[in-house]
Design a protein around this ligand. Structure first.
Ligand code: MCN
Ligand code: CUM
Length: 792
């Protein structure tokens, strides 16, 4: 049970207050970027490449310009005149805005049509004639590294291969020595598939350049409005668009999931078009464009190895990654680590040595890599460690739960220093797994499974006991183009004691309007319903780095608490003045200061509302009037949420259809602000974990054609496919966070896939199957059994 310190009326931390924003959403009053309707708006549509790799011989715009309403067709050559045809990526690589001579992936932007109507722009798009000279695409990342592979990035002077970077961490020699001498060594080759966030709302913007005032207002679906404003200023400063002349407004967002962190070429083209024409330009992607061309997630090929003793003690792990980044390294991964937080890969287990290395490679696919509730690639790391731990348990013939208990980092070992250089803040992994096992009746399930196996029935039980790492971040390791990854909160309390609070983050559905208000309510005793939360307008919100990597609670949530505490300090001074006592004689109880020992004497206390009123009407002379505070929070460390997930599957012995019978998720995100919101995050996140485990994968043929570029073929699970998720939690507060909270937004998507994969592989254990790559489909099971000679 979560203990609430505040009353329901105040609704501080721990209250399942209903989400304030939902009134707006359920009444159809949400305001999304496509709802922005400005007088004189022009519409943009984008011509896209049918080839994955081709030279552009010619772009003929004659017919397109004849289409009624078409005003302009913008090509790479046009942008080149302003040096706007390339832009920087967040990983210090470069990306085309529009190509001048070569296209690098199917669906890449080739030209943009600007018209007075949406349909005119679409018709104009169809009328643009592009002459291509197709070239042999490089699709397989392993082949891309072969010596005779064509070099894709010929724009980079002196580039002789498709290799992007090499990264390694850990103890290479010690690990090798352990592997050479260990009693047991297991190894599996895994692919974490390329997937797509497929948010309900696609990406889009309205670029509104005002020539008279030289001012750009950019309405857009971005998770990081301030960072985008800075990027625009850096890219377009040379044409006079300096940062004070740019306002980015991110209205309501219909799901981001990481796909709305990057800067897409469409945004830059829309800005350029509005800048040149002087009218607002709207660009809204359609569903297929979103799926085919926007930032993808994952695509890691991992060789995972574990060394241990015969009786279950893990001694070391080794992981080798090949990362397919597409044609440019545009991961939204603002850290000094090119693999993001993949090096959390020793998981929840305590052993002294590990070694991880990764190589990234260019291929003729869309760029991306970090999206989809990934915590900067913890998804990949957790999948590898949780799968290989199960593989090890299988090898030594021990129950996977027993192996986990044997190797868990114990709660008194925190702060725990991992062999790959992280300092885990807190956790109680034993308690979490015990709770999950109790919830499913683990021993009972194993008995049932043994009975079923005798009858040839396929039932599997899968575990995942993962550690997450979120809250980017300590500024020493995390920045976007040099801007440190702090985040901010500004609280302004009006004379009547009602407040507005603004943040540098940006909710995309996570419920910040409610939960940030609850943090402030907890600290100041002002009812959460009287605290208006605003995000997403760079003209009004304090500078912040945005919402992704489950960082809002760890960073801006902390900033909210500290800004509120600054106000409480001021309130104490005012209360002392009003009550004519010394500050030390006062005590705080949510919502009021009272003279020590006189809690129940009305005239010996002042409520926060009375104090705030005095700040405007009767403040002590010499004290600054008003009641507002700002805080920029640079976290001392990341937070380390964890989870113990158990999945039970039944597989049809004839069709191999997989049914998730039960799924229990015990999460630990430290102190919880709003249990209902947190549970909602877990439910949604679990379905997004089920997705890559069983359904989703972007598939390309050998020419780089996407084979499932529409929702007819790319399977996004819905409520129909989802089991009834069972959730619960344990609470180990983060010791360095002002309210002891850790992030939770991505945990379920990080933890669920290996639990499901482990359950399916466990069901197939009697047939000698040791690993299956996700998404695990009935056909994959059929093929694997066939290969094992089980089926004729
Ligand atoms: N929360 C809480 N108690 C905690 C931790 C969190 O009550 N101890 C609440 C927070 O107050 C917040 C929500 O849970 O309302 C998520 O908080 P947090 O874990 O800090 O994550 P962020 O707000 O930074 O959200 C980002 C995270 C990411 S990275 C992806 S991807 C994702 C996710 O959130 N995208 C989402 N969840 C999503 N949910 C929706 N509806 N839409 C998305 O696009
Ligand atoms: Cu990795 S998806 Mo979220 O960080 O926006």
């Amino acid at each position: 049970m979560i203990q609430c310190k505040t009353s329901k009326e105040i609704s501080g931390m721990g209250h399942s207050m209903k989400r304030k924003e939902d009134d707006r959403f359920v009444h159809g009053k949400g305001h999304y970027v496509d709802d922005v309707k400005l007088p004189g708006t022009l519409y943009m549509d984008i011509v896209r490449s049918p080839y994955a790799y081709a030279k552009i011989k010619n772009i003929d715009t004659t017919e397109a310009m004849k289409v009624p309403g078409v005003l302009a067709v913008v090509t790479g050559r046009d942008l080149e005149k302003y040096n706007l045809h390339w832009m920087p990526t967040l990983m210090s690589d470069t990306q085309m805005v529009l190509p001048t001579d070569t296209v690098m992936y199917q669906a890449q932007e080739v030209a943009a049509v600007i018209a007075t109507t949406k349909y005119g722009a679409r018709d104009g798009r169809e009328a643009v004639r592009v002459e291509y000279e197709p070239m042999k695409a490089v699709v397989d990342p392993y082949k891309a590294l072969e010596p005779d592979a064509p070099v894709l990035r010929t724009d980079k002077e002196g580039k002789k291969d498709n290799h992007i970077w090499h990264w390694e961490v850990g103890q290479k020699e010690e690990t090798e020595k352990i592997f050479n001498e260990a009693e047991v060594v297991v190894k599996e080759q895994m692919h974490i598939p390329r997937i797509h966030v497929s948010s309900i709302e696609t990406c889009g913007c309205v670029a509104d350049y005002d020539k008279i005032n030289n001012h750009l207002t950019m309405y857009m679906t971005t998770q990081a409005p301030h960072a985008i404003r800075t990027v625009i200023a850096l890219v377009a400063g040379h044409v006079g668009l300096t940062e004070e002349k740019i306002r980015v407004i991110s209205p309501d967002i219909g799901g981001g999931f990481g796909g709305k962190v990057p800067v897409y070429p469409g945004y830059v083209i829309a800005i350029a078009a509005s800048f040149l024409i002087g009218k607002p330009v709207k660009w809204i992607e359609d569903r297929s464009e979103n799926l085919q061309a926007d930032s993808f997630a994952r695509d890691y090929h991992i060789t995972a190895e574990m060394a241990g003793t015969k009786d279950g003690k893990i001694l070391a792990t080794r992981m080798k990654v090949l990362a397919d980044h597409g044609y440019t390294d545009a991961s939204a991964n603002p850290s000094k680590f090119p693999t993001g937080m993949f090096s959390i890969g020793t998981g929840s287990y305590d052993y002294p040595h590990a070694f991880m290395e990764a190589d990234a490679v260019y291929t003729n696919k869309p760029p991306g890599g970090v999206a989809y509730r990934c915590s900067f690639r913890v998804t990949e790391a957790v999948h590898a460690i949780e799968r290989i731990t199960d593989r090890y348990a299988l090898e030594i013939g021990k129950d996977p739960a027993a192996v986990r208990f044997q190797n868990f980092i114990q709660k008194d070992q925190f702060p725990y220093h991992s062999p790959t250089g992280w300092e885990y803040d807190s956790g109680d992994y034993v308690q979490g797994l015990e709770k999950a096992m109790k919830a499913v009746d683990y021993d009972g399930l194993r008995k049932e499974q043994a009975e079923k196996r005798k009858k040839g029935e396929l039932m599997g039980i899968g575990l995942s006991t993962f550690t997450e790492i979120v809250g980017a971040g300590p500024s020493k390791d995390f920045d976007i183009l040099g801007i440190k990854m702090f985040d901010s909160a500004e609280i302004r309390v009006h004379p009547t004691g009602k407040a507005i609070a603004r943040f540098g983050t940006k909710s995309q559905g996570q419920g910040h309007e409610t939960t940030y208000a609850q943090i402030i309510a907890e600290e100041l005793g002002i009812p959460a319903s009287n605290i208006q939360v605003e995000e997403g307008d760079t003209d009004t919100a304090p500078y912040g780095l945005g919402t992704y990597a489950s960082r809002s609670t760890p960073t801006a949530g902390a900033a909210a608490a500290i800004a509120a505490r600054k106000l409480r300090d001021k309130a104490r001074k005012i209360a002392a003045y009003l009550l004519e006592v010394s500050e030390d004689d006062l005590e705080w109880e949510t919502g009021k200061f009272y003279v020590k020992g006189m809690k129940d004497v009305p005239e010996k206390s002042k409520t926060i509302q009375e104090i705030v009123f005095a700040a405007y009407t009767n403040h002590p002379q010499g004290m600054e009037a008003g009641f507002e505070a700002t805080h920029y929070y640079d976290p001392p460390n990341l937070t380390f949420p964890s989870g113990a997930y158990i999945c039970v599957v039944d597989i049809d012995p004839e069709t191999f259809e997989i049914k998730v019978r039960r799924f229990v998720a015990i999460d630990d995100a430290g102190n919880i602000i709003n249990p209902m919101v947190a549970q909602g995050q877990v439910h949604g996140g679990l379905t997004q974990g089920l997705a890559p485990a069983m359904y989703e994968e972007l598939i390309y043929d050998e020419d780089g054609n996407i084979l499932n570029g529409t929702f007819m073929d790319y399977l996004v699970p819905t409520a129909v496919e989802s089991p009834s998720w069972e959730t619960g939690h344990t609470v180990t507060p983060s010791p360095h966070h002002p309210i002891g909270a850790k992030g939770i937004g991505e945990s379920p998507t990080v933890g669920a896939p290996p639990a499901i994969a482990n359950a399916i592989v466990d069901a197939l254990k009697p047939y000698g199957i040791t690993h299956l790559d996700i998404p695990i489909t009935p056909y994959k099971i059929f093929k694997a059994l066939k290969e094992k000679g089980v089926l004729d």
